[in-house]
Design a protein around this ligand. Structure first.
Ligand SMILES: Cc1cc2nc3c(=O)[nH]c(=O)nc-3n(C[C@H](O)[C@H](O)[C@H](O)COP(=O)(O)OP(=O)(O)OC[C@H]3O[C@@H](n4cnc5c(N)ncnc54)[C@H](O)[C@@H]3O)c2cc1C
Length: 391
């Protein structure tokens, strides 16, 4: 008898149940609540704390630090279902998935105990800062530097487009420290309190309708204790890369959730709205683009689930290719779904009441951040196809 077991192309019953429960919880808040908060300049802390209390926020973090002991597939499912209910939370990508993964894998016992429980229950949110104005996509060119000062460190530099700094207690900052032996600069990760003297931040006026804002962060000789450094001073790059696959998988889930939300609204509208004899959804000009979106979203979800499964099984290389492809496919599917949802709604598509046009910018951000469409194409050209590096 063969011992070969058929690989599963569906998620486990537990994961499916998790999705159902998260959707139920987020559905109690809903899109109108979310956009009202955004337009009033208020926060969605209530929802954040509730998903923390329910155990969903830290579902990927080890149980001994207050988490659920699950994987990236679980937290990605939470992220997607929140988005699909019209409540996309960007800080889920950052706080539990990037920061939680890096600290969970490379933090000291003391650091894990200090920071992970707050990430899990939502009372100690952490932002993540790598992007700089002059370096942009080329993060090898970042100039935020960490200088040794006695036992501790002094940080100096500037970051841009950092999400959720006003809602975070700490920021995991990527800086460069001088290697004492070679004199070369190497990447290091530091946890910096948002109220540290010398750290200032100001919001960037963005066109995204979201309670979560992006910030410029100014770091002027911020003094940090020795244990602000996460992990090994010499292992900064490896440690940083540990956060990249979760980041991409989460960004993909964020996008497929938003895409599902847009498509659900569009399909519902297309069934109801009648301008000639039959509902507009009976015209193939409306039905086909929506059907196409459904296919594209399901393909992107499948790749996201594959990337998460590979990552959770410990296959970092396999997960890298899949996570990049999932993030690309999800962002493309979401941009197209949002555009088609607007078109389906006609004039209503660009009213605030129907809230569809805001999705154009929200989904568009997925093509740019956390890694741009072009950099993913560069990655696939080089690593999947073996083509020469183009930059
Ligand atoms: C909503 C939002 C939230 C964000 N949150 C965070 C956060 O929390 N933390 C954080 O650190 N950063 C964050 N970012 C920053 C984000 O990661 C960057 O915007 C992104 O990496 C692109 O960098 P850039 O904006 O400097 O674009 P640039 O690097 O200036 O690139 C501009 C364009 O040139 C293209 N390009 C550049 N080099 C190449 C090349 N070699 N080949 C082909 N095309 C190329 C890019 O793809 C892009 O289209 C956020 C951004 C947004 C929009």
């Amino acid at each position: 008898m063969s011992t070969y077991t058929q690989p599963a192309f569906t998620e486990s019953p537990e994961r499916i149940e998790l999705r159902k429960q998260v959707a139920k919880l987020a559905g109690r808040f809903g899109r109108d609540w979310f956009t009202e908060k955004a337009r009033a300049g208020e926060k969605t802390t209530e929802l954040w704390l509730e998903i923390g209390k329910a155990g969903y926020l830290g579902i990927n973090i080890a149980e001994e630090y207050g988490g659920g002991g699950g994987g990236i597939g679980d937290i990605a499912a939470v992220c997607e279902e929140l988005s699909a209910q019209g409540c996309p939370l960007l800080l889920m990508v950052v706080s539990p998935a990037i920061c939680g993964t890096i600290i969970g894998r490379y933090g000291t016992e003391d650091q894990k105990q200090r920071w992970l429980p707050g990430l899990c229950d939502g009372t100690g949110t952490m932002a993540f800062a790598i992007t700089e104005p002059d370096a942009g996509t080329n993060s090898h060119n970042i100039t935020t530097t960490a200088r040794r000062d006695g036992d501790g460190w002094v940080l100096k530099g500037q970051k841009v487009y950092i999400s959720g700094v006003d809602e975070a207690d700490n920021i995991l900052v990527v800086a460069r420290a001088e290697d004492a032996r070679t004199g070369k600069l190497k990447a290091c990760l530091f946890v910096v309190p948002t109220d540290a003297p010398g750290l200032e931040y100001s919001p960037i006026a963005m066109e995204i309708v979201s309670p979560e804002l992006q910030f410029q962060v100014f770091i002027a000789d911020v003094q940090l204790p020795a244990d602000a450094l996460v992990g090994d001073e010499d292992g900064g790059l490896v440690q940083l890369f540990a956060g990249l696959n979760p980041e991409r998988i989460m960004a993909a889930a964020f996008s497929t959730g938003l895409a599902r939300f847009a498509l659900d609204r569009a399909a519902a509208y297309a069934k109801e709205r009648t301008v000639f004899e039959a509902p507009i959804g009976s015209h193939q000009g409306i039905a086909h683009p929506l059907a196409q979106s459904h296919i594209e979203i399901e393909l992107a979800r499948l790749m996201t689930q594959k990337a998460a499964a590979l990552y959770d099984a410990g296959d970092d290389i396999g997960a890298g290719e899949a996570a990049n492809m999932a993030k690309y496919a999800a962002a493309e599917a979401a941009c197209d779904a949002a555009d088609r949802a607007v078109q389906t709604h006609g004039g209503n598509g660009i009213t605030q009441e129907y809230g569809m046009a805001g999705l154009l910018v929200a989904t568009r951000a997925g093509r740019i951040a956390p890694v741009s469409r072009e950099m993913i194409l560069n990655f696939v050209a080089m690593h999947s196809l073996g083509l020469p590096k183009s930059y």
